[in-house]
Design a binder for this molecule. Structure first.
Ligand code: KIV
Ligand code: ZN
Length: 506
């Protein structure tokens, strides 16, 4: 059976999604989860593009073991050297070199001839090769390149030492049949192609990224380049969860194996959604809220009689917990709570379980039944928290129709007790105004979203905010049964990320 390797570029192409700004800690945590999930290569960033990206590649290379770590660079010596400086501590480093090969890109973007592009690519590959054995060459905009030139440059790239050659559909223009034909053409016309693996990297501008990636696999590609939730430039990349589940569910058709443990999908997709601030659409394949729901009575009856009448995959195969029943109560001890966390896929150290248990007890006091969803919300609300500088002590809100609202908020800032009252059109507005004035920071609220994460009148409400400070946008999340409280917690969470950034920069 052919083995397909998964190259995840959530931290590089995925981070190029407009509005997404992952911090170092979030990137390392995502990388850790990707490695646990069985991804073969993690592209952790583009080291020469910024100090932040360099640090991310360096940290992932140092901390995440047992997986290959890649860094992107342009075909210039400085970029290659910078990539190597970031990658050299990795268990298995890979330098990834990209240069455009389509006429349009060469003419208008690079202002280089075919010969100049080829020379730059070969020089960069040879430099990279002097640092590490695994070198990937990407011919940007390959699907709109002259196939004959593409084959000539790929031949020279492999001869210079490239171990993976990537044929990106950079602008998401190709159809599955065209893309498969291009992969087949390369296999046929690049004489030394047996010395390298062919990679497929597809963008989703026409909604065909996953279909194109799978068509490439059928045509002989052995590496798929994907992102979690399909995030990425413009309309995004092929989604890891879609490609992996298609290869599994239609193993009869694709007949190949891979290392992805799909039971991690639900958790990793939710983690990336949380850190990127990009909600997963209800109808999103594999991972959307509706992916395993049946509305029509005929469908429901069919599934109850024989699941496979309308379900081609099980929720459990992606690690989705389908039970809604009562799982724990306020009399449950922390051991039982820890066991339930493990059952839900969260294997955490004792000190973290104990700290989460405190939150569970507070919730169990307020809610009659604590469900699996509540527990997941508690864990995810806490996961990735920065060490708080500011904490909500207490608050009082006065709100009625036809009059302004008043908020009195009391905060603890590193041991110092602060209090402020403010008046505004609505209760949340007033609370945010009080917090902003009290902290003396110039903050502007860029976006605010609220959703119920559990069912019923006592549901947990989750608020996501984006707050702008000093030119950067910071994400904040808050979860509570009271939506005004979750709104304040989200705002304070964003503030704590600002403080964490200030501490790193000091
Ligand atoms: O879309 C693209 O062409 C890329 C390359 C860097 C591989 O992201
Ligand atoms: Zn891309």
């Amino acid at each position: 059976m052919r083995k397909i390797s998964f190259f995840d570029t959530t931290l590089r192409d995925g981070e190029q999604t407009p509005g997404v700004n992952l911090n170092l800690r979030e990137k390392v945590e995502i990388a850790r989860e990707l490695a646990l999930m069985g991804v073969d290569t993690i592209e952790a960033g583009f080291p020469a593009s910024s100090q932040g990206s360099f640090n991310a590649v360096l940290e992932v290379a140092k901390e995440i073991k047992g997986v290959q770590v890649a860094g992107l660079c342009r075909a210039v010596a400085g970029d290659v050297q910078r990539a190597w400086e970031a990658l050299r501590y990795a268990d298995a480093p890979r330098i990834h070199i990209v240069i455009a090969t389509s006429e349009r890109h060469m003419l208008y973007k690079l202002r280089m001839s075919e010969e100049e592009v080829t020379e730059a690519a070969i020089k960069a590959i040879k430099t990279a090769k002097s640092y590490c054995s695994s070198v990937q060459f990407s011919a940007e905009d390959a699907s709109r390149s002259d196939p004959a030139f593409l084959c000539r440059i790929l031949y020279k790239a492999v001869a210079a030492g490239a171990t993976v050659v990537n044929i990106p559909d950079t602008v998401g223009y190709a159809t599955p049949a065209e893309y498969a034909a291009l992969i087949a053409y390369v296999r046929e016309h690049v004489d030394n192609i047996d010395k390298a693996r062919i990679a497929a990297h597809c963008h989703n501008d026409l909604g065909m990224a996953t279909a194109n990636t799978l068509a490439a696999v059928s045509a002989g590609a052995e590496q798929v380049e994907v992102t979690i939730n399909g995030i990425g430039e413009r309309a995004g990349n092929a989604a890891l969860e879609e490609v992996a589940m298609a290869l599994n569910t239609r193993a009869d058709f694709y007949d190949c194996e891979h290392n992805i443990n799909t039971t991690h999908i639900n958790r990793v997709c939710r983690l990336v959604s949380k850190y990127s601030g990009l909600e997963i659409a209800a109808g999103k394949a594999i991972i959307g809220d509706n992916a395993f729901r049946h509305q029509s009575g005929i469908h429901q009856h069919g599934v109850l009689t024989d699941r496979e009448t309308y379900q081609i995959m099980t929720p459990e195969s992606i690690g989705r917990y389908s039970g809604e029943q009562f799982v724990l109560g306020k009399l449950s001890g922390w051991h039982a709570f820890g066991d339930k966390l493990a059952e839900l896929g969260f294997h955490l150290p004792e000190n973290e379980i104990k700290s989460l248990f405190e939150r569970f007890k507070l919730l169990a006091d307020r809610k009659k039944e604590v469900t699996a969803k509540d527990i997941i919300a508690i864990v995810e609300g806490k996961m990735g928290d920065v060490k708080p500088v500011v904490e909500l002590e207490n608050y009082q809100i006065l709100s009625a129709n036809n009059v302004n609202s008043t908020a009195t908020v009391c905060l603890d800032r590193g041991g110092e007790r602060l209090q402020m009252a403010a008046i505004a059109g609505g209760p949340i507005d007033a609370a945010y105004k009080a917090i902003t004035e009290m902290l003396g920071l110039e903050l502007s609220l860029e976006s605010y979203a609220i959703k119920a994460v559990t069912e019923g009148a006592d549901a947990l409400g989750e608020v996501t905010v984006r707050v702008k400070y000093n030119g950067s946008v910071y994400l904040g999340k808050g979860v509570a049964t009271d939506v005004i409280k979750s709104s304040m917690l989200a705002y304070i969470n964003a503030v704590n990320r600002i403080y964490a950034d200030m501490i790193i920069k000091e």
